[in-house]
Design a protein around this ligand. Sequence first.
Ligand code: ADP
Ligand code: MG
Length: 360
Amino acid sequence: MAELRLEHIYKIYDKNVQAVTDFNLHIHDKEFIVFVGPSGCGKTTTLRMIAGLEDISKGEFYIDDVRMNDVESKDRSIAMVFQSYALYPHMTVYDNMAFSLKLRKVDKKEIDRRVREAAKILGLEDYLKRKPKALSGGQRQRVALGRAIVREAKVFLMDEPLSNLDAKLRVQMRAEIQKLHQRIQTTTIYVTHDQTEAMTMATRLVVMKDGLIQQTGAPKEVYDTPHNMFVADFIGSPSMNLFQGRLTETTVILGEHSFPIPPTYLRVLKEKNYLGKDIVLGIRPEDLQITAADSPYIFRATVDVAELLGAETFLYSSLANQTFIARVHADSNLQPADVVTLAMKEEKIHFFDPQTEERI
Ligand code: ADP
Ligand code: MG
């Protein structure tokens, strides 16, 4: 059982580097939370404050209602997995996993039970006598996870644990970590700059930028209703298309094109006084589809680049002098210079304020 509460947490490094600003988050027991954001946005700093490896400059941090700010790292019941694995090269896999328990003077029999249990969960039973250098990258990463598991800690913290693995292995380990979590259900905070990793693994995402939380929510919720243009751009691959445009009383103008304002949006745009003003229209690549049917949301576009990715094709083109990507079925078999008719899905159109960059 572990529930974490971070209340108005700040990290100010010396020389006034403010790495984390007013971080508020309630993490529930058994959650798999992912902190995601570009490099330098404060993910590691936040994780290190939770681990007790870095002082909290301001704010309160609780585990199960016990204030942790001044509790030493070793007394926080937290196990951390790093990108670098941090394995001891001269020790066997068994000893690497047993080491922290020996330090804690855990009974030898109990150590053996826990190490073998973890090895079984991770499929490392046949490797216990090997040294790290005789293991593959994926196996080393499993040993690093094993060291966390044997601790039987209340919380797992993982800082970009897969970034040293090649793409294929990363996908495989992603699934393994998820399976591990389903099995042992330890509350986990996982840090990554990779939005795909974040989307696929998280029960809840925390999207960060410049030390500030931009949005928290289930992956699908964040994907479907990004709170601002940064989140719209960062979550999803390829990114959401964002077009500069202008509203009249009834239409959205993008260059020489004009589309009706989706009826569901009309009231809010009117209430918030956006009619007649500049806006940003957002549409995800998969919500732009080639169509033969008539729709008020169709436009013609010339293909610049067509990237075939097996089942689907990414079409690069432009609308009102602004480039965009459409994600269409590969059967379309399109080539550069082909002209296509695309339709925006009306219910998938997003609007943002160009000044604040917030969702309208
Ligand atoms: P992330 O893990 O998201 O890449 P970090 O938490 O490592 O980001 O860094 C957040 C910000 O804090 C960055 O601007 C970084 O340069 C700064 N920073 C990190 N560690 C220190 C430190 N020990 N001293 C001063 N500034 C730091
Ligand atoms: Mg980091």
